[in-house]
Design a protein around this ligand. Structure first.
Ligand code: ZN
Ligand code: FE
Length: 261
């Protein structure tokens, strides 16, 4: 079914815990609804009450507790099915449907393609709804940042991020945390001459001052401002003293500096 303004995938964004974002995704054709990750139960229930939608699926990006903590209670209360990474099935509470790289997940008439993005965790996955031009990137790609390398190498994470760079620039990026302002502050230290970054950083500071969300971002904006997607930038390379170095090495050094920022 093709998209008209009326039957596009609907996204209801809300906060949970201290800085997590959670998303209800709703297909108006089938009335099916999923929630992307479950930091905690109460905000999900509030979001369901506000929208009047019924929960059918939990879509987990990775096993960390701030993404799966509400899984079992929500499953028990709603009878929903839990979708997650095959590679993290043993660490994903209540998992029913296990997905790997290239697998499809259908939410009624809407289809997501799953990408395996190891790095932050070994089995992290992201969900790309190509027809609706949006993606849920969990703790792999943040606005102006990327996840810490808890279970993977810099090489794996750089490979993972490059998969996402293949998406169109206007793809909406819904990530799992509001880390944008501190990410921007770090980004400015490694790429101080990036004018789009300077402009985005001041927009973000303004939004956060008003306690407004900086998410969603877009792939195009990230391509232009996210230092973890820009190891090819001469300004970034020069700041790190790595002009002409292999991109994966520049990425690794950028990640290391962020860890110590
Ligand atoms: Zn995580
Ligand atoms: Fe997280």
């Amino acid at each position: 079914m093709s998209n008209t303004p009326d039957n596009r995938l609907q996204i209801h964004q809300f906060s949970a815990l201290s800085d997590n974002y959670c998303y209800l995704v709703h297909d108006p054709d089938s009335k099916l609804t999923g929630v992307v990750d479950t930091p905690e139960v109460a905000p999900v229930e509030t979001a369901l009450a506000e929208t009047g939608w019924t929960l059918n699926y939990i879509l987990n990006t990775h096993h960390h507790h701030d993404h799966t903590g509400g899984n079992l209670e929500l499953k028990e209360k709603t009878g929903c099915k839990i979708v997650g990474s095959m590679a993290e099935a043993d660490r994903t509470p209540g998992i029913d449907i296990m997905l790997g790289d290239g697998d499809k997940f259908e939410l009624g008439s809407k289809m997501a393609t799953v990408y395996a993005t190891p790095g932050h965790t070994s089995g992290h996955i992201v969900y790309h709804f190509a027809e609706d031009n949006l993606a849920f990137t969990g703790d792999t790609l943040f606005s102006m940042g990327c996840g810490r390398l808890f279970e993977g190498t810099a090489e794996q994470m750089w490979d993972s991020l490059q998969k996402l760079l293949a998406w169109p620039d206007d793809t909406l990026v819904y990530c799992a945390h509001e880390y944008t302002q501190s990410n921007a502050e770090f980004a400015l230290t490694v790429e101080p001459d990036n004018n789009q970054l300077i402009e985005r950083a001041s927009q973000v500071a303004e939004l956060r001052q008003k306690d407004q969300a900086t998410i969603p971002s877009t792939i195009g904006l990230e391509r232009a401002t996210n230092p973890f997607l820009r190891p090819m930038s001469p300004n970034l390379q020069a700041t790190l003293g790595m002009s002409g170095a292999p991109l994966v090495d520049v990425f690794a050094e950028t990640r290391l500096r962020k860890d110590n920022f």
